[in-house]
Design a protein around this ligand. Structure first.
Ligand code: ARG
Length: 414
């Protein structure tokens, strides 16, 4: 592989005949169908994944793609695969970028990459186009992801090259009879799937502004949430949630159900300053009711069944995992190595966690597992305890040995 060959990174790819376009049905990607036809004189085949984004009519999205001129429009129901191959990994890795963001947009991008490369092969496309801007993380995830899977494919990022203002884009849409939905007038840029919703732009760009309640779609604003707490139980097998309140459910359905339950209580709202891959700091608002609840429950159970040393090391591994997942490097072999460790630790993460949902908060209130390393008789202060307290003074002498020596040598001045 040569990174210095004749690539001119600023030049538009030439001789493009068929393009797979990652199509959301929104203004940008609809305009893109026409733009690619005009600029590249190429056929456009659209690809839309059903990742559990609520309130989206994917039949209408498909029809819209065809109406605006796509040669073929593909819609794939990928909810189950998203849950089993991506969300499950995120849960096992307690995947939170910068300690807060459950990576809901991030991990979904890699499944899109996989499907796009498959479709490109099927329809014999020579390029893949996406609607991400030149300032965000998604361009990095799409392009690094696609190239990792198919190094020879051409990539088009029209938003990065067309330098159209929003008004110019609306004008272009009008000229080409591309319908513009009322929701396109929203000031927010959003992305939704089963694992959560991301919102940015508009009033959120001022980090001093509290997010207006109109942003929230997955989570009830906590002040409007029920005045009574609700207790729920989540059961895990080898780190993966398998039942909600005793009912066994496939993961994608469990997540959907929990989004309703925890969302109703205002759980999962995250308002953070985030460090993007491209160096920018940005203000992001997320609603991830199921993700926040499941990661909290998983973490509690994992700590309950693992040794102190395992738990300490797992935190480091989890943090690394989240960095690569965020940074566009999902397909790097380092992820396989990290996941080997993560899976190995998760072999013991079987049991049930009880949680309390109440006005925007989720608290673990109980945990149960046959694999627990907690021993009641050892820990108890009650009658029947089995811990030998007489062994403690000797342990403390040795435990503090170097600290004592060092203080003695420095004359006690620390
Ligand atoms: N900052 C988040 C990420 O990089 C969310 C991006 C969401 N995209 C959007 N169009 N709002 O994963």
């Amino acid at each position: 592989m040569d990174t210095k060959d004749s690539i001119d990174y600023l030049a538009k790819p030439s001789n493009v005949k068929t393009v797979v376009l990652l199509y959301s049905g929104g203004l940008d990607t609809s305009v893109m169908v026409k733009y690619i036809q005009e600029e590249y004189d190429a056929d456009v085949v659209t690809l839309t994944l059903d990742l559990g984004q609520p309130e989206v009519d994917l039949k209408a999205t498909k029809q819209k793609a065809l109406d605006v001129g796509a040669k073929e429009a593909h819609v794939i129901n990928a909810k189950k695969e998203f849950a089993e191959e991506f969300i499950a990994k995120g849960i096992k890795a307690n995947g939170l970028y910068q300690g807060e963001y459950p990576l809901s947009t991030a991990i979904a991008r890699y499944l899109v990459c996989e499907k796009a490369v498959e479709l490109a092969e099927e329809v014999d496309a020579d390029a893949i186009a996406h609607g991400a801007t030149g300032k965000g993380n998604d361009q990095v995830r799409f392009e690094a992801g696609i190239l990792s899977l198919e190094p020879d494919i051409k990539l088009l990022a029209p938003v990065r090259e067309w330098s159209m203002t929003r008004d110019a884009e609306l004008e272009y849409a009008k000229k080409h009879e591309i319908p513009v939905e009322a929701s396109e007038n929203s000031p927010y840029s959003t992305d939704e799937n089963l694992w959560g919703k991301s919102s940015e732009c508009g009033p959120l760009e001022d980090p001093g502004n509290e997010p207006p309640e109109e942003v929230f779609q997955f989570a009830t604003p906590p002040r409007k949430a029920p005045g009574e707490p609700e207790y729920i139980e989540i059961s895990f097998e080898e780190g993966v949630p398998t039942a909600l309140n005793g009912e066994e459910l496939p993961l994608h359905e469990l997540v959907k159900e929990l989004n309703h339950l925890a969302g109703k209580h205002g759980v999962g709202i995250i308002d953070m300053m985030e460090d993007r891959v491209v160096g920018l700091k940005s203000r992001e608002v997320y609603e991830c009711p199921a993700a926040v609840t499941l990661i909290k429950a998983h973490q509690a159970l994992e700590k309950f069944v693992s040794s102190k040393h395992e738990n300490q090391f797992k935190e480091k591994v989890d943090q690394e995992w989240a960095e690569y997942a965020y940074n566009g490097l999902w397909f790097d072999p380092v992820m396989d190595h990290l996941e080997e460790f993560i899976d190995s630790m998760n072999q013991n993460v079987t049991g049930t966690v009880e949680l309390k949902l109440y006005k925007g908060s989720v608290q673990v209130t109980g945990r149960e597992s046959e694999k627990a390393l907690y021993d009641h008789d050892l820990a108890s202060y009650e009658k029947g305890e089995t811990f030998n307290q007489e062994a403690s003074p000797g342990f403390i002498q040795l435990h503090s040995l170097q600290t004592k020596l060092s203080n003695e040598i420095s004359g006690g001045d620390t």
